[in-house]
Design a protein. Structure first.
Length: 160
């Protein structure tokens, strides 16, 4: 997922990336990517490139409640500024800024995309609130109705 900086026109342009290759070969991803699309808006102003990308990535995940595969779509955005001029490094107010050496003609977007996609995964990633597999698992792990009497004295230990 690289953009060729020296071929971009002045002003605004758009590029669409839809290749799954890098996501599929990334060993740090614990799920199976099925579909990927990023619409990248680029605004070239002199030696500066302002990037805004909208990402949609569909994949197969494991439901943490039911432990079965389910399909989900992650949505995320990236924003970054690329510059050939180092004076902008201190005055730029955005989060992501990258200084590009004068001889470099391309910029790899994959690290930005990778982080954005991984951060879009919910902390508690489940297939849905009425997960049938989770309900089946709960039947096997419910506590016995009658607690073990050997532990009965411990329940009042911190009530004082």
């Amino acid at each position: 997922m690289k953009i060729l900086l020296n071929t971009l026109p002045r002003g605004k342009s758009e590029q669409i990336f839809d290749s799954l290759a890098q996501l599929q070969h990334d060993e740090s991803i614990q799920w199976k990517p099925l579909q990927f699309e990023m619409k990248l808006n680029i605004d070239r102003q002199g030696q500066n490139f302002y990037l805004h990308g909208k990402i949609s990535c569909t994949g197969l995940f494991i439901c943490e409640a039911g432990m079965e595969e389910f399909e989900d779509t992650l949505k995320s955005e990236i924003e970054a500024m690329l510059t050939f001029d180092s004076k902008y490094l201190e005055s730029y107010e955005g989060d992501e800024i990258y200084h590009i050496p004068a001889h470099q003609a391309e910029f790899d977007l994959y690290p930005l995309v990778h982080d954005a996609v991984l951060l879009a995964i919910p902390i508690s990633h489940r297939c849905g609130p009425d997960c049938q597999a989770a309900q089946e698992l709960q039947k096997f792990i419910r506590p016995d109705d009658k607690p073990d009497e050997r532990w009965a004295k411990l329940k009042d230990l911190f009530n004082e």
